[in-house]
Write a protein that binds this ligand. Sequence first.
Ligand SMILES: [Ca+2]
Ligand SMILES: [Ca+2]
Ligand SMILES: [Ca+2]
Length: 328
Amino acid sequence: MENYVAKNLAKDSGASGTSATSGSKRSRIAARLAAATAAAALLATGATAVAAAEPPKPFTAAAPTPSAPLLAHSGAMTSAPSPEAPQFDLFAADRANTLYGYIRDGGGALSPRAKIDTGWDAIKWTTQVDHDADGYADGWWEWDKNGTMYYAADDATAPWTVGGGWNTYNLVVSPGNLGGAGAGDLLARDGSGNLYIYLGYGTGKVAARYKVGGGWNAYNQIAGNGDLTGDGKADVVARDASGTLWLYKGTGNYKAPFEGRTKIGGGWNTYNALFSMGDLDLDGTTDLVARGNDGSLWRYSGTGNAAAPFAGRKNIGTSGWNTYRLFF
Ligand SMILES: [Ca+2]
Ligand SMILES: [Ca+2]
Ligand SMILES: [Ca+2]
C-alpha cells in the first residue's frame, strides 16, 4: 500500500524532480522520500491529490524552514546518473535528531524537505554508498555512539553490524569508487589524522583497512562524490583551518588513492559544512554543496576541469540550514 501510494503521488504531482521517479532501482527509503516530498509539494501548491487522497502515514508535510529552494525549475539539463556523477538524495539529521530527506527539484536546487524518521540521536556519522556503479545510492554505512559500524541497505534488509571500534574515527565519507574495483569505498580518519581506505565489496562489507597517509587532521572538512576532474576517477576536496580548499585527484589505486593535493582556492571558511550529493544540477558533472556559517546553502557546480573544478556558487537556500548536525 505504501509503495502504491508513493508511486502514484510521485507520478501525479509532477513536482518531484528527476531523481524521484527515474531509475528502475527505486529503493524503499527513496520511495518513502519520494512519497513524502510529493505529498509536501501537493500541500504547498494546494493541489488535490489524485486518487490516493490518503497521504503516507509515517510522514508529515515539510515545514517552511529550512527555506524553500530559490531556483526555478529550468528543466534544461537532465543527465542520467553515473559513477562519475552520481545522483544521491540528500538526508539531513537535525539537532533534535529528526531525519529529513531532500530530492532534486530539477533546476539545480532542492525540493522541500520531507520528514523521514526520528530518534537519530544514536547515530554519530553516516555516509551513503553506491555499490553497483549505477549512480544511485544503495544503502549507507552508519556508526553509533558506541563505535559500532552498521550497514543499512535501502531495501527491506535489516541493518547488520560491520564491526566495532569505529570511535577511533572522527570522519567517514564514501566519495565513490577509489580503489579501482566497481563498488563504492569508504574513507575514515582517526584522531591522529591518519586516513584509511576501506574497499567496499559492493555488499556493505568492507575489506581490511589500508592506510592512505597521515596529516589529514589538517582538514576540518573532507567531501566528495564522484569525479571532479574529468578523468572518470573519484576525487575528494579537503578544507584546512585557514579556509583553503584543496583537491585530491583520485588515482583508482587503493594503495595510493590520491595524487598530491592542488589548491582550489581560499575563503572557504565562510562555510561550516561541505558535502556532495553528486550531480545536483543534472549537467553530468558532480557538484559540491556548502553551508554558510549563517545557515545559507550554496551549490558549487562541478566543471570537470582539475585546474578550476567548480563554477561560481549559486544560492539554493537562504537560511535555517544550521538546524542540521549531519548531512549524508
Ligand atoms: Ca547503486
Ligand atoms: Ca578525477
Ligand atoms: Ca553538476
